[in-house]
Design a protein around this ligand. Structure first.
Ligand code: URA
Length: 408
C-alpha cells in the first residue's frame, strides 16, 4: 500500500477500505505523508465523495486518533451542540451558559474558522488569555464546576481532526459532506456527551449549499451516533442571511453577551430553539416548558452570570475584549426595503477584513469584522447606515466587496 495508490483510487471514484483510510489519515498524523499528498486526497474526496461506509470508517479513525472521554461520573445526561458552519453563528456562546444556568451540563469541542465560516475557538480566543487548550482533568473539572466547558482539539483529543481541519481550510476542501460528518462527529463522540444536537446550516453562507446534502448529512450523522450509542438529533436551518448582526470574532462575543443580557433578534431565536431542545431532552420535559425556562434564565441574569463564570474558569479576561479600528461606514445608496443581506458576500468581506485566514502565514485580527444595522424587510432611506466595517488592515475595498445588501 502507498499513498499515491490511495490518491489514485479515490481520484478514480473508488471506495477506500478501512485499512487504506487508516494508512492515509493516520500516516499523515504520524508525518509519514506530505501536506501536498494529503491535500490531493482531500480534493479527490471532495470531488468524488465517499460512501456511507467510508464516512463511518473515517469517523472511527478520527475518534481513535486520540482519547475518548468518559463523563458519566459528572452526569448521565451531558449535552452538546455543533453547527456545520455559517456566518455570525455564535449560538454556542449563548446556548452553553443557558444550559449550565439551568443545572444541565454541556461539554464541547469546537473548531476554528473554516472557509468563510467562523469558528467558536477563534471567537473564544478573541477574549484575552482565554485558554482553549484544556487537558482531560481541566475539561472534566470545568464541566463539573461550571456546567459548560468548550475547548479545541488537542494532541490527545481528536488530534487527527486538528490537523485535517487546518489542511481543509488551507486547501479549499471544506465543503465535503463526508469530511464534515467525520470532523464533527469525531469531536462529539470523543468528548463524551450523550445527547448531541447538530445544527445543519444550509445556504449561501454555509458549507452545505443544498437541502438534499443537508438531509444526507443528517442521516449519516444519526447513523454514526447510533454506532456509538449516542442520541443525535439534527435541525436544518437557513444560512442565506447572517445569523447575527455582528460578524467577526470579538464582535460576535459582544453580540452573544448582548443576547444573554436580553437583546432579541435572529441570534436569540436560533439559540433559544437549540437550548430548548437540549434542555427538554436533558430534563425530560416538553420543548415548550424548556423554552420558558430558557427565557427565565435570560431574564433573571443567571445565563449571563454563567457566561462570566465560564470565561473566568478558562482564564479569559473580558475587560480586555478589543474592538477597534473602524474603517468604513456603508450607507444605503437608495430608498426602499431591505430584501436580502447576502451571507456569502458578508463572509467573504469579513475574511478580507482579517476576521479569518486562508493560510498559516496569516494571523487573525480578532477585532476585525462587520456590524449590521438593518433587519430584512426594514424600510431603508438613502444615506441610512447599513453596516460598519472593522479592520486593522490597510486595504482598499471595491464596490463589489461591499455589495452585500439587496434594497428594492
Ligand atoms: N465544524 C466542524 O467541526 N467541522 C466541519 O467540517 C465543519 C464545521
Amino acid at each position: 500500500m502507498n499513498i499515491i495508490e490511495i490518491i489514485d483510487k479515490k481520484r478514480l471514484g473508488n471506495e477506500l477500505t478501512y485499512d487504506e483510510l487508516n494508512y492515509a489519515f493516520l500516516g499523515y498524523l504520524n508525518k509519514r505523508h506530505e501536506d501536498y499528498q494529503m491535500s490531493s486526497l482531500l480534493m479527490a474526496i471532495l470531488i468524488n465523495g465517499m460512501t456511507k461506509e467510508e464516512t463511518i470508517n473515517l469517523t472511527d479513525i478520527f475518534i481513535k486518533s486520540g482519547d475518548i472521554y468518559d463523563l458519566s461520573k459528572v452526569s448521565d445526561k451531558i449535552v452538546d451542540k455543533h453547527s456545520t458552519g455559517g456566518i455570525g453563528d455564535t449560538t454556542t456562546l449563548v446556548v452553553g451558559p443557558i444550559v449550565a444556568a439551568l443545572g444541565c451540563y454541556m461539554a464541547k469541542i469546537s473548531g476554528r474558522g473554516l472557509g468563510i465560516t467562523g469558528g467558536t475557538i477563534d471567537k473564544l480566543e478573541s477574549i484575552p488569555k482565554f485558554n482553549v487548550n484544556l487537558n482531560k482533568k481541566e475539561f472534566i473539572n470545568n464541566l463539573r464546576n461550571v456546567g459548560f466547558v468548550d475547548c479545541s482539539q488537542t494532541k490527545r483529543l481528536v488530534p487527527l481532526d486538528k490537523i485535517i481541519y487546518n489542511l481543509r481550510n488551507n486547501s479549499g476542501t471544506t465543503e465535503s459532506i463526508p469530511l464534515i460528518a467525520s470532523s464533527i462527529m469525531s469531536k462529539k463522540i470523543a468528548s463524551g456527551a450523550n445527547i448531541i444536537l447538530i445544527d445543519i446550516k444550509v445556504g449561501s453562507g454555509a458549507l452545505i449549499k443544498t437541502k438534499k446534502d443537508a438531509k444526507l448529512l443528517s442521516s449519516w450523522m444519526k447513523e454514526i451516533g447510533k454506532k456509538y450509542n449516542k442520541k443525535v438529533i439534527t435541525i436544518i436551518s437557513d444560512m442565506n442571511v447572517p445569523l447575527s448582526n455582528s460578524i467577526g470574532n470579538a464582535l460576535e462575543v459582544e453580540e452573544a453577551i448582548n443576547v444573554l443580557k436580553g437583546s432579541k433578534g435572529r441570534l436569540y431565536e436560533a439559540s433559544k430553539e437549540i437550548a430548548s431542545l437540549l434542555i427538554s431532552m436533558a430534563k425530560n420535559i416538553t420543548v415548550e416548558e424548556a423554552s420558558e425556562l430558557v427565557d427565565e434564565v435570560i431574564k433573571n441574569g443567571k445565563a449571563y452570570k454563567k457566561f462570566i463564570q465560564f470565561v473566568k474558569a478558562q482564564n479569559g479576561d473580558l475587560s480586555k475584549l478589543k474592538i477597534d479600528a473602524k474603517i468604513k461606514v456603508i450607507k444605503s445608496e437608495k430608498t426602499g426595503v431591505l430584501k436580502n443581506i447576502d451571507a456569502l458576500k458578508i463572509g467573504q468581506l469579513a475574511l478580507k477584513l482579517g476576521a479569518g485566514k486562508i493560510n498559516d502565514r496569516e494571523t487573525i485580527d480578532y477585532s476585525a469584522g462587520i456590524k449590521l444595522y438593518k433587519e430584512i424587510n426594514d424600510k431603508v432611506k438613502k444615506g441610512d447606515i447599513l453596516a460598519t466595517l472593522y479592520t486593522n488592515k490597510n486595504i482598499k475595498l471595491s464596490n463589489e466587496d461591499v455589495n452585500c445588501f439587496d434594497i428594492k
